[in-house]
Design a protein around this ligand. Sequence first.
Ligand code: NAI
Length: 461
Amino acid sequence: MTDSIPDPFDVLILGGGSGGYAAALRASQLGLSVGLVEEDKLGGTCLHIGCIPTKALLHAAEVADTAREGSAIGVHTSLGAIDMAAVNAYKQGVVDRLFKGLQGLASSRGVTMIPGHGALVGPDAVEVNGIRYHGRNIVLASGSYPKSLPGLEIGGRVMTSDQALALDHVPSSVIVLGGGVIGVEFASVWKSFGSKVHIIEALSHLVPNEDESLSKGLERAFRKRGIDFTTGARFQGVEQTDAGVRVSLEDGTILEADLLFVAVGRGPRTEGLGYEAQGIRMERGFVLTDERLHTGIASIFAVGDIVPGLQLAHRGFQQGIFVAEEIAGLSPAPIVEAHIPRVTYCDPEIGSVGLTEAEAAEKHGADAVVTVDYNLGGNGKSQILGTAGFIKIVRVVDGPIVGIHMLGARIGEQIGEAQLIVSWEAHPEDVASLIHAHPTQNEALGEAHLALAGKPLHAHS
Ligand code: NAI
């Protein structure tokens, strides 16, 4: 080991994705020496094969729809063609710029990058390429991978988001297996690019983890867009030919398409990394921690998708910051999982935070919960954009707002205020007295709270 590499590091991190690099940046900011082991690229799934490239595709999809629909508002545009090579170049340009910025940030903060495949080999040691690195504190941040189903092999015309992001053409038709977040986002992109899309979802609704009103609203919108879906359907098998895929469902239905896109969840990437051997408690491959993200072994912490809970980049960032501050002795307040905002970037978008109506009823009793739906039909900016949708607020009677659920084009941008409202346990009256700028979609949040406070303005009562 050279003199320039601390032995031990104050913090040694295994994995440079959202959780790992956030821990690295915050720890170095706090004056700690940091080693960051990464076998692929700093930035991980989110930056390279997740959030960023998919949202670039979704933006390209929005532009395609705008071009296609321009004449409806008197602007005579038409959609020529989708040039996937150019779309991919645009997408990669965004990723590359962010990647360069992130590398610069890590280097300027003095983070020691350790390239290679690491494994935990002791309570304070990670081995990379035959070299042992030590840390007074270890942070496990090895991330996740796209899962498949037993017997469903990925390859050829059967792909996950990893391969789909590299597609060099627009498929003429796609069967999307799984109507969760990844499934509906890719379905939305492909439909906008001109593919015929059919989603198969095992549960009774698309985006089944959301408030049922959002699932139903999205299903209505997708039906209108011509995106087919079958819910309550169980996948049985797939056959690949040179021409396409033939998918069979358990009820005997046969569907054919150019390709099968598998989006049935992401699994924790923890196998073969030495975690169990160090006595770390695991469940279904996930690393178990206490609310301070400590594994219970030595000074080993875990962050991100390997910790049970929402697999979201911003949760990983926050957990990384938390662990760095915990190690530095700042005693940060634990993260409230229930307050983590969620945005799904399909068209129309979904934004939600806090409890669904069903969860609130279960927690507080059905009679103790009241809701209001504000329809975007009454919101000027949403009408200008031509989007349908609504904002639903869930509150405890005479108590705080515990959930906000939104559907509509671009509505994800409203998640910031929604999150503040739920996290600060605001009452509708508190929000109703705040002025929301006109004409914005944000105004719809204000209107929903006015309605819940008993004084709706632009709403028929
Ligand atoms: P998911 O858990 O959101 O959805 C998977 C869906 O597949 C579920 O609805 C499930 O019922 C369905 N399914 C499972 N087995 C099935 C079967 N045999 N037949 C039919 N349907 C089946 O997982 P997804 O969409 O793969 O996303 C993985 C993770 O990545 C999620 O935790 C998600 O939150 C995160 N992510 C977040 C994004 C965002 O915040 N915008 C974007 C993309 C991913």
